[in-house]
Design a protein around this ligand. Sequence first.
Ligand SMILES: CC(C)(COP(=O)(O)OP(=O)(O)OC[C@H]1O[C@@H](n2cnc3c(N)ncnc32)[C@H](O)[C@@H]1OP(=O)(O)O)[C@@H](O)C(=O)NCCC(=O)NCCS
Length: 154
Amino acid sequence: MIAPVGPEGAGLLAALHAGGIGEAGPAWDEAAFASLLAVPGRIALVASGAEGPLGFVLLGRAVDEAEIITLAVLAGARRRGIGRALVAEAASHAAAAGATRLFLEVAEDNAAALALYDAAGFVPVGRRRGYYGRETGAVDARVLALALTPSCGA
Ligand SMILES: CC(C)(COP(=O)(O)OP(=O)(O)OC[C@H]1O[C@@H](n2cnc3c(N)ncnc32)[C@H](O)[C@@H]1OP(=O)(O)O)[C@@H](O)C(=O)NCCC(=O)NCCS
């Protein structure tokens, strides 16, 4: 099941981020999620299973463009289709809100996320040099985009 959470879910998002972001980046705390969710157009979608919450996506939208701000699935819940379902739900939510393209940035050493987004139909549209700091040196971000199909009635 995937359901939206509002600012009251900031603590849950911080816990899921801490358990899911891994080497993809630093974990963001509850205050960070509370302020991210206070911005108009932001929404978090949480995926849950019988065990409870397992992952989430944080989505932003401005006019006709949307962005995946972060996406994480708990380390013990991966390769069960949760990330794919969250991306699909984010795309459908963004399209329903009037967005025509969904963007994201992903580190070029993040093979799992690159494979997920490639399978979901994202295409490369840019690169940000040295965007992610790593102990071993900076890593470029690839900027990917997905064209969104207008939702029914739009
Ligand atoms: C990237 C991430 C969200 C994927 O979540 P997930 O629930 O494991 O992904 P899914 O099970 O839905 O996988 C969907 C497809 O993505 C690809 N994929 C996912 N993980 C992969 C991996 N480790 N290696 C290769 N391909 C992978 C596969 O094509 C997979 O389909 P398949 O299982 O049928 O082969 C998860 O690994 C994660 O949270 N990573 C840390 C945080 C992160 O990198 N976030 C993205 C930042 S941009």
